[in-house]
Design a protein around this ligand. Structure first.
Ligand code: CA
Length: 228
């Protein structure tokens, strides 16, 4: 029985708000955001704030360093001259049956990464349901290369990828990785493997969406390889 009434779907969405990566997070943030008090603050509290700003804690410094390192790594991958971003994509299903370039469609996983924050975002691909099981994304790249790496940028419900395949010129799928995806937050699952003897311009990413509760979304997938 796969036909849900809008009422049932709405109820399921509410239940899912409490677990994993949830949809409508943007709405939540907006509704819970507290307006800044308009009253003028006294000079003593301003001075106290300035003092605390000038003496960051060790934890704050560590967090900033980690954030900077993360940003540098993101930039390095984005600019990798041996990396290609997908130009076409198809998927097992899409959220709200999104087609073309609609939000959460398979095409949202083409091109360079464009999701800024971990969480539900229409600039990433999402399958039709959050936890039903096996789903896949099939991506095409502009130039066939001897592949050595695939980088999957996960942007919501990270950690659900279970298999990565690279296709040869005859359209035969070669599994280059299968296992437990350790990715958390907004990060890449980086899969390295011996350079393929064949040239590849197509990658398939398979997820088991039931292993990570909530919506599992992929922002972009990069194929890394060389001409020779
Ligand atoms: Ca994207």
């Amino acid at each position: 029985m796969k036909i849900y009434s809008p009422l049932v779907v709405g109820f399921l969405s509410l239940v899912l708000l409490s677990v994993g990566c949830k949809k409508d997070s943007r709405t939540d943030e907006t509704s819970t955001a507290k307006p800044t008090p308009a009253t003028a603050s006294g000079s003593s509290s301003t001075a106290a704030k300035a003092a605390s700003d000038s003496a960051p804690s060790v934890a704050e410094t560590t967090a900033k360093m980690a954030a900077a390192e993360w940003a540098l790594k993101q930039d390095e991958i984005k600019r990798d001259p041996n990396g290609q971003w997908a130009i076409q994509a198809a998927a097992s299903s899409t959220y709200n049956d999104a087609q073309g370039t609609a939000g959460w469609s398979a095409n949202q996983a083409t091109g360079a990464p464009n999701v800024d924050k971990y969480g539900d975002d229409g600039a990433a691909w999402a399958p039709k349901t959050p936890d039903s099981g096996i789903e896949w994304l099939d991506l095409k790249y502009p130039k066939p290369v001897h592949a050595s790496e695939v980088r999957i940028r996960e942007s919501c419900g990270s950690g659900a990828v279970v298999k990565v395949e690279v296709y040869d010129e005859k359209g035969v799928a070669n599994t280059v990785w299968q296992g437990n995806d350790p990715t958390t937050d907004l990060n890449y699952l980086i899969v390295k493997f011996p350079k393929t003897t064949f040239k590849a311009d197509r990658v398939k990413v398979t997820l088991a969406t039931n292993v990570v509760p909530g919506w599992n979304e992929i922002d972009a997938v990069q194929l890394v390889g060389a001409d020779q």
